[in-house]
Design a protein around this ligand. Structure first.
Ligand SMILES: *[C@@H]1O[C@H](CO)[C@@H](O)[C@H](O)[C@H]1NC(C)=O
Ligand SMILES: *[C@@H]1O[C@H](CO)[C@@H](O)[C@H](O)[C@H]1NC(C)=O
Length: 216
């Protein structure tokens, strides 16, 4: 018995040692007791951001996910973000927010963005070169004034297939955006109607678990 508990103790100690991880938190290396190192950079001009103004953060999170997001909801209406999730000491350097495309393609999508609505009146736009998918996206923006839902349609990149319900992106020190639903289809040149080769529809669901730890 005594031997067993000694053995268990040694095992636990070994596990604890193996798991010790340091992550940057706001630029300073800190011990991350449970989870992974996380960092992100974000830029938008629709949910409280200003065009060209980037917001970044570094943290230790119980769970995280790498994303590379580019969304265009209209002429000069965009949301872009990159997140990094890793588990070696101080690996969470800030990723570069995906850059804007220099040119538009001939592909088109209906685009609009609205708060507190499940609908918005779309106008067809030409998509930025790398954004060859049409997207419908819903979610919530939480900030000091409360929580409001949003609905957006527009163009995005194939990498948006990685976005799932509950994914959260901080947009400022105390505001974040959380995805409740997303559907995509391939953009077409002349018409944005049903010729999609890829469609994924995720209905609005429960909230991800990583939010509570987002800013700590
Ligand atoms: C989705 O994320 C994974 C892991 O980060 C990445 O390897 C993959 O390329 C992404 N998918 C797309 C379509 O970009
Ligand atoms: C977006 O929603 C509209 C209206 O419900 C629908 O007609 C369209 O096919 C959807 N587009 C995508 C990419 O899911």
């Amino acid at each position: 018995m005594k031997f067993l508990s000694l053995f268990l103790f040694a095992l636990l100690a070994a596990t604890a040692t193996a798991k010790s991880l340091n992550c940057y938190e706001s630029g300073t290396s800190q011990v991350c007791t449970s989870g992974k190192c996380f960092s992100q950079e974000e830029e938008n001009d629709i949910v409280g951001g200003k065009s060209g103004e980037k917001y970044s953060l570094q943290s230790c999170l119980p769970s995280c996910k790498e994303l590379n997001i580019k969304l265009t909801f209209g002429e000069k209406k965009y949301f872009r973000a990159a997140t990094k999730c890793c588990d070696t000491d101080n690996c969470n350097t800030i990723p570069a927010v995906p850059s804007a495309d220099a040119k538009n393609s001939n592909l088109e999508c209906p685009a609009c963005f609205a708060f507190s609505s499940t609908y918005c009146e779309a106008t067809v736009i030409k998509c930025p070169e790398s954004e060859n998918q049409c997207v419908n996206i819903t979610g919530k923006l939480s900030d000091a004034s409360g929580i409001k839902s949003f609905y957006g349609r527009g163009c995005t990149t194939p990498a948006a297939k990685n976005i799932t319900i509950g994914d959260a992106i901080a947009t400022n020190k105390d505001s974040w955006l959380e995805i409740a639903g997303i559907s995509m289809e391939k953009a077409t040149g002349s018409s944005w109607s049903v010729r999609g080769s890829f469609t994924v529809t995720l209905l609005s669901g429960l909230i991800g678990i990583q939010l509570t730890n987002f800013f700590y």
